[in-house]
Design a protein around this ligand. Structure first.
Ligand code: KG4
Ligand code: ZN
Length: 348
């Protein structure tokens, strides 16, 4: 069974083709060069770029998989969460294709996609539940209990900024490009993580909620004082030390709350997903924490699968198909920018 998947949830136009969970092609057209000059995603520009690129990305994806539309058995698309105007482009294209070629359509939740990126080209024991997932991206930070295949319960999520968003904002503050998460963590390698003290958010609270806006504000104040309110630039050493100290507290916060979830549900494994799952220090510290509980850490096999991509949507679509969760009336499918991982819309 060949699945063609589309993801236009934010600022990447991505199309993938899989044979069941084996990825045959995964094309991503990044818009970083458009948005970097604005320091963040500009919705109207994102929408236009998706519209301009979607057809050629689909054609390139088919070409790389040596297929034509006739070889596709199921179309799938991210319906949410994400940026409304971006999601719309992918949803409308997937509807159009599935109607034109008279093939079934599956609407996939983007966070389920990030979670399922772990199953792409990777053989993982899926049948021992519950599993725990830590999903950390530019828009989300959540701890999710996987009760069984396709059934999720959110144990905790961010009260304000997402972790990746905080990385991007602090990266910008210290003069790095957009998106800055990966650049910041690279810079942190040469920094002293004890140079500046940040308070770990919600440290004394037993719940599994996250908060990153306080750390971001503290970083802002620190930069203000080190630069004399912007009158002088930061030194290279200062930017490295801020990056290292900031990254340390963010990861400590993520690991602390994940450990609370581990103690609560005793999962068989921890699945990591979303752009921040590419962070090597996060993986290392989670692995150290999990050792105490003898729980394996699983993360997407390659970096491309950590970031927004359509391959993860194709892999997730397999599970929707297995559960018979097809879009019942294609004309009723709509994007949902605030979709949650727990829901099961039927579009009937
Ligand atoms: O999952 P993703 O590609 O898009 C969303 O769904 O948001 O995640 C992108 C986010 C950005 O905020 C980016 O800065 C962050 O992931 N990111 C990182 C790293 N690589 C990407 N954050 C920290 N460390 C990294 N190595
Ligand atoms: Zn994402």
């Amino acid at each position: 069974m060949n699945i063609l998947a589309i993801d236009t949830s934010c600022d990447d136009t991505s199309v993938a083709i899989s044979k069941k969970t084996t990825i045959l092609s995964n094309v991503i057209s990044s818009q970083d060069e458009i948005h970097s000059q604005w320091g963040g995603v500009v919705p109207s520009l994102a929408k236009r770029a998706h519209q301009e690129r979607i057809d050629e990305v689909i054609q390139l994806c088919l070409k790389r998989a040596h297929m034509s539309f006739d070889d596709i058995d199921v179309f799938s698309v991210t319906y949410g969460p994400g940026l409304a105007v971006s999601l719309e482009v992918g949803v409308e294209k997937a509807k159009e294709l599935s109607i034109k070629y008279n093939k079934p359509l599956v609407a996939v939740n983007h966070m389920v996609g990030h979670l399922c990126a772990n199953y792409a080209n990777q053989n993982i024991e899926k049948n021992v539940y519950p599993q725990l997932a830590l999903l950390v991206s530019g828009g989300h930070t959540e701890l999710v209990s996987v009760l069984q295949e396709g059934e999720y319960k959110i144990l905790g999520q961010t009260l304000d900024d997402a972790c990746g968003e905080a990385f991007d904002k602090v990266a910008r503050l210290i003069g790095l490009g957009y998106p800055g998460g990966a650049l910041l963590s690279k810079l942190a390698e040469d920094g002293d993580d004890t140079a500046y003290k940040f308070t770990t958010p919600l440290h004394t609270q037993k719940n599994m909620m996250f908060s990153f806006s306080g750390i971001k504000t503290a970083a802002f104040r620190l930069v203000q004082s080190l630069t004399d309110d912007g009158k002088k630039p930061l030194t290279k050493k200062q930017t490295q030390d801020i990056a290292a100290s900031f990254q340390k507290v963010c990861i400590k916060h993520l690991v602390e709350k994940t450990e609370k979830a581990v103690e609560l549900i005793s999962p068989s494994s921890l699945l990591l997903g979303g752009g921040v799952s590419a962070n090597l220090l996060l993986r290392k510290q989670l692995r150290t924490m999990l050792k105490k509980y003898n729980i394996p850490l699983v993360y997407p096999k390659v970096k491309k699968l950590c970031m927004d991509n359509a391959a993860m949507i194709a892999v997730a679509a397999n599970m929707y198909i297995k559960r018979d969760e097809f879009v019942k009336s294609k004309e009723k499918l709509e994007r949902n920018p605030i979709a949650t991982i727990e829901e099961h819309p039927t579009w009937s």
